[in-house]
Design a binder for this molecule. Structure first.
Ligand code: ZN
Length: 427
């Protein structure tokens, strides 16, 4: 029997709607984290029904997800689309609009392939490039619509003193152009508290969220920020807060209480830092969570000068939270999915009827195993398969595996995961 309020299946037969046109999709035989094996019907960008495998019939494109664990999709709360993929460029990095647009698009697609169907990208404004990189990432955003939701954080330089007036004017222009989050690096301004004040005022004026870079090494400064941030409804996030992790435990706990009371989210970057963070180091994830702070995990730099090997992979961030910070696998995955979406102001996703069809299928049957060996992935955005990665491993001599009846991975003929079956295309 179906488990969660399925709607009546669409009529089958030649008179029924074309599944490709109706956009209906039936994900078949996927494993859920509670151990059930289910079919999931998607339509209109939402999950229409979840039922035991074989229980749902629909005039829909079928996608075989046998052998896959189906999860709410990941989201990327801290990317740098303007500098991504620039580490191996010969000579000075170009910030011409076409070059930035290309890098921002390619990096967002890489992150989509990893399973992030929403990406928040921090983009520097000011410097000699002015608003060019912002314009480029906004163009990437438009061209990627329907594949991945890209939002842009404007990151101004100085906002106080004489230079601050120009910075503030440019920040206002960036918001008018389409940046939807006010960001910045208060630690780099001569007056960090004045900088944070300016950012919070402008965000309140525009009714938009704030997302600030900070090392978090100055607890008094964080306390002042928490006191100011409490009133901003759309939400305030800070990160990567590696410096906070180097403070004494009692100082971290007191600061964590202040952040929790103000509803400030901490976005940690387990895979490394980014150009906006002065020093590396891990945020004190467990102490923050214990105090009730929402902790999300992002990727930070992707192959730019500050991290030439950055992967931008949310499952790797979750893996590191589990292996380095000792989080349980479901909490670690929650940091890159549910908490990341909440930090970005996106609605919750569960694999249940009525929720947004933002999903990630990873080969495996348990979350811990998926975080350990998460190579093959199928990504669903707005009810469509938008990315597919297949990995095949073969051993030269598999007699040992056969003798012990060990699971072996291989591609079943005509049954490639994520490929549509029964006509039509999946994406
Ligand atoms: Zn950053």
């Amino acid at each position: 029997m179906p488990d969660s309020q399925p709607q009546q299946p669409h009529s089958s037969g030649s008179s029924g709607p074309d599944p490709a046109e109706s956009g209906a999709l039936l994900l078949c035989g996927a494993r859920l984290t509670d151990g059930r094996t289910v079919d999931v019907r998607l339509g209109g960008g939402r999950i229409e029904a979840v039922g035991t495998a074989g229980s749902l019939t629909a005039h829909a494109t079928r996608v075989d997800l046998g052998g896959h664990l189906l999860l709410p999709a990941a989201a990327e709360p801290h990317a740098h689309g303007d500098t991504a993929l620039s580490a191996e460029v010969e000579g000075p990095v170009s910030y011409d609009v076409p070059d930035v647009q290309r890098r921002a698009t390619e990096s967002a697609l890489l992150q989509l392939g990893h399973g992030a169907t929403a990406v928040r990208s921090h983009v520097r404004i000011g410097d000699v490039q002015g608003l060019g990189p912002m314009e480029a990432v906004l163009q990437a955003r438009r061209s990627l619509r329907g594949l991945v939701d890209l939002t842009v954080v404007a990151v101004p330089r100085l906002l106080t003193g004489i230079a601050g007036a120009d910075g503030l004017a440019m920040l206002r222009d960036a918001m008018k152009m389409g940046a939807s989050v006010v960001g910045g690096c208060p630690d780099l301004d001569p007056d960090p508290t004045g900088y944070a004040e300016a950012v919070l005022e402008l965000a309140a004026e525009h009714g938009c969220p704030v997302d600030l870079h900070t090392d978090g090494a100055d607890p008094a400064r964080l306390g002042r920020l928490a006191a100011m941030a409490g009133g901003l409804r759309p939400g305030v996030a800070i990160g990567p807060c590696g410096g906070l992790g180097r403070l004494p435990v009692e100082v971290i706990s007191r600061t964590a209480d202040q952040l929790a009371a103000a509803g400030v989210t901490v976005v940690c970057l387990p895979q490394g830092g980014c150009g906006g963070a002065e020093r590396r180091g891990a945020a004190p994830v467990r102490l923050l969570r214990a105090a009730g702070v929402r902790v999300a995990a992002g990727s930070g730099a992707m192959r730019d000068a500050s991290n030439p090997v950055g992967r931008g992979d949310p499952l790797e961030a979750a893996y590191l939270l589990a292996s380095q910070c000792g989080l349980r696998p479901d909490d670690a995955y929650g940091a890159v999915s549910g908490s990341a979406r909440a930090a970005m102001g996106l609605p919750e996703v569960r694999v249940e009827a009525g929720f947004p069809a933002e999903l990630l299928a990873v080969r495996g049957d348990r979350l811990a195993g998926a975080l350990s060996l998460a190579y093959s992935r199928v990504v669903v955005h707005r009810g469509r398969v938008v990315a597919r990665t297949s990995a095949v491993r073969e051993y030269c001599d598999s007699a040992a595996a056969v003798a012990l009846d060990l699971p072996r991975q291989g591609r079943a003929k005509g049954n490639e995961p994520g490929r549509p079956k029964g006509g039509g295309t999946a994406s």
